[in-house]
Design a protein around this ligand. Structure first.
Ligand code: CTP
Length: 427
C-alpha cells in the first residue's frame, strides 16, 4: 500500500469491496474516524459505521452516513433501523471490525464481555479480526485497569494500535492520543491483506536482532549528544518479524515511539553500550538488522561535574564510536544475515551501495532523509532496498513503516531461501 494520499492506497491493497465495520466510540478524537473511513474507502474498502451514544454527542451519525452511504447503527432497537438483528448481521458480514477511537470504557467492555450497546454487542458477535485504536487521557491509558484490559484483549487476539504520545485535548502531554488516521488505515489494510490474519510464519525459527532508536553520548551529568531517531522503524521491523514467527530481540537506545509487545528489549543508551549488547546478542541471532541511529562520535571524556560556563569559547573534543554494524558483520558466522540502513541526504543509492560493500552486508535499506514523510520520527518511510546478490535496487513508494518493514523482511526471506548465509564478502 502507498500512502501518498496520506490515507491508504494501492500496491497490496485489499481486493475491492472488502468490508470493514468501523466502531466509533465517545472520545474527542471521534472526528478523526471520518478520515479513517475515507482512507479505507480510497483503498477500495466498503465501510459501515456503528457508534456509541456518547460518540454521537461528539460527531453526528449523519456525517458517517453521508460518507459511507450506509445506515449508521447506534441502537439496533431504534425504529428506523432497517435490520432487526443488526448486531448479528452487521458483525458477521464483515472482514474486519475496527474500533477508532476506542475509549477506556469500550476496551473494558470488550475485555470483560459486557454487551450492553451496539458496538460492544457487535464485538461479541464478530468472528472477523478485530483492530482497536485506543484514545484517552494519559492517566486513564496508564491506569492498571486499562493496562490489564489491553493485555486481555491482546491475549484474545485483538490487534491494538498503540496511541501516540503528544499533547492531549485536556492539555496534558503523554501517550493516549489517537494514532494518526493513515497509520490506522495502514494497520487495517495490513490485516485485510492477509499477512497477519493468515498467520504467515515465514520467519519461524529465525532469531532476529534489531538495533533501534538514537544513542546518547554524555558530555557531563546534564548534557549529551544525540539525534532525532524515534525508534519507530526498528520497532516496526520487530513487530513485523514477530508477526511472521521470528523470535525478536531489540537493542534499544533512546526511543520515543511505543515499544512493540511480545519482543525482548535490551536497553543500551550509548554507542559503546549498544556495541556490547549487540555483540553479546548476535552470538545467538540468525539475522541482524541495524536500524539504530548510532552516534559516530562521542565526547573524548565525560565530565563528572556539570561544565561551568565562562566567557571563553568551548571546544569539545570528539572521538569515534565503534561501528556496530561493521563489527557485527565482521564477526558473523555462516548462516547469519546482516542488514543495514543508510540514512542519506544526497547521492542516496551511491552512498548506500558503498556502505553495503564496505560493511560486507547482505542488504542495505537506503532512505533519503530530506524527503517529506521519510526518515527520522515520521510515521511513514520511502526506502530503497539494495542487496548484495541483485544488480537492481528495489525502490519502494512512500508507505507506513510497518509495511516497509514487511518489504524488508520479504528480502530477508528471499535471501535466506536463495543464498542463506552468503554476503557481499563472498562476491
Ligand atoms: N551504524 C552502526 N554503528 C555506527 C554507525 C552506524 O551500527 N557507529 C549503522 C546504522 O545502524 C546503519 C548503518 O550503520 O544501519 C549506516 O548508518 P549511517 O548513519 O547511515 O552511516 P554511517 O556508516 O554512520 O556513515 P555516514 O555517517 O558517514 O553516512
Amino acid at each position: 500500500m502507498t500512502v501518498n494520499d496520506n490515507t491508504g492506497g494501492t500496491g497490496d491493497a485489499p481486493k475491492a469491496g472488502e468490508r470493514v465495520a468501523l466502531g466509533v466510540t465517545g472520545g474527542i478524537a471521534a472526528y478523526k474516524a471520518a478520515e479513517v473511513l475515507r482512507g479505507l474507502q480510497r483503498a477500495g474498502c466498503r465501510v459501515r459505521v456503528a457508534m456509541t451514544v456518547h460518540a454521537t454527542k461528539l460527531i453526528a451519525p449523519l456525517t458517517f452516513r453521508a460518507l459511507s452511504g450506509e445506515h449508521v447503527v447506534v441502537d439496533d432497537y431504534a425504529p428506523d433501523n432497517p435490520d432487526p438483528i443488526a448486531h448479528i448481521t452487521f458483525a458477521q458480514t464483515v472482514d474486519l471490525f475496527l474500533v477508532a477511537p476506542a475509549t477506556a470504557d469500550i476496551i473494558a467492555k470488550f475485555a470483560t464481555g459486557v454487551a450492553d450497546d451496539f458496538v460492544s454487542t457487535t464485538y461479541l458477535a464478530c468472528d472477523a479480526p478485530v483492530l482497536v485504536a485506543p484514545a484517552m487521557n494519559t492517566t486513564m491509558w496508564e491506569h492498571p485497569a486499562t493496562r490489564r484490559n489491553i493485555e486481555t484483549l491482546r491475549a484474545d487476539g485483538v490487534r491494538i494500535i498503540e496511541p501516540d504520545a503528544g499533547e492531549m485535548a485536556c492539555g496534558t502531554i503523554g501517550p493516549g492520543r489517537l494514532s494518526a488516521p493513515e497509520r490506522i488505515v495502514a494497520a487495517a489494510l495490513e490485516i485485510l491483506r492477509g499477512g497477519a490474519a493468515r498467520g504467515v510464519r515465514d520467519l519461524a525459527g529465525e532469531r532476529i536482532l534489531i538495533t533501534a532508536g538514537a544513542t546518547r553520548e554524555e558530555i557531563d551529568p546534564v548534557r549529551f549528544i544525540s539525534n532525532r531517531s524515534s525508534g519507530r522503524m526498528g520497532f516496526a521491523l520487530a513487530e513485523a518479524a514477530r508477526e511472521r514467527g521470528a523470535e525478536v530481540t531489540i537493542v534499544a537506545g533512546v526511543t520515543s515511539a511505543p515499544k512493540p509487545p511480545g519482543v525482548r528489549v535490551v536497553e543500551a543508551v550509548s554507542a559503546e553500550a549498544m556495541m556490547r549488547a549487540a555483540a553479546t546478542e548476535f552470538q545467538s541471532a540468525t539475522v541482524f538488522i541495524g536500524a539504530a541511529a548510532v552516534a559516530d562520535y562521542r565526547p573524548a571524556g565525560r565530565s563528572a561535574q556539570k561544565i561551568k560556563k565562562s566567557d571563553a569559547a568551548l571546544t569539545l573534543e570528539l572521538v569515534r564510536t565503534p561501528d556496530i554494524l561493521a563489527t557485527v558483520s565482521a564477526a558473523r558466522q555462516p548462516g547469519q544475515l546482516v542488514v543495514g540502513f543508510a540514512a542519506e541526504s544526497e547521492n542516496v543509492i551511491e552512498h548506500a551501495r558503498r556502505k553495503l560493500h564496505d560493511k560486507h552486508l547482505d542488504a542495505i535499506v537506503a532512505n533519503d532523509i530530506t524527503r517529506d514523510g521519510a526518515g527520522f520520527d515520521a510515521e511513514t518511510n520511502a526506502v530503497t532496498i539494495i542487496t548484495a546478490d541483485r544488480a537492481e535496487p528495489v525502490e519502494l513508494p512512500l508507505m507506513s513503516k510497518l509495511e516497509a518493514a514487511h518489504k524488508i523482511l520479504d528480502e530477508v526471506v528471499r535471501l535466506r531461501g536463495g543464498r542463506a548465509g552468503k554476503s557481499a564478502r563472498a562476491k
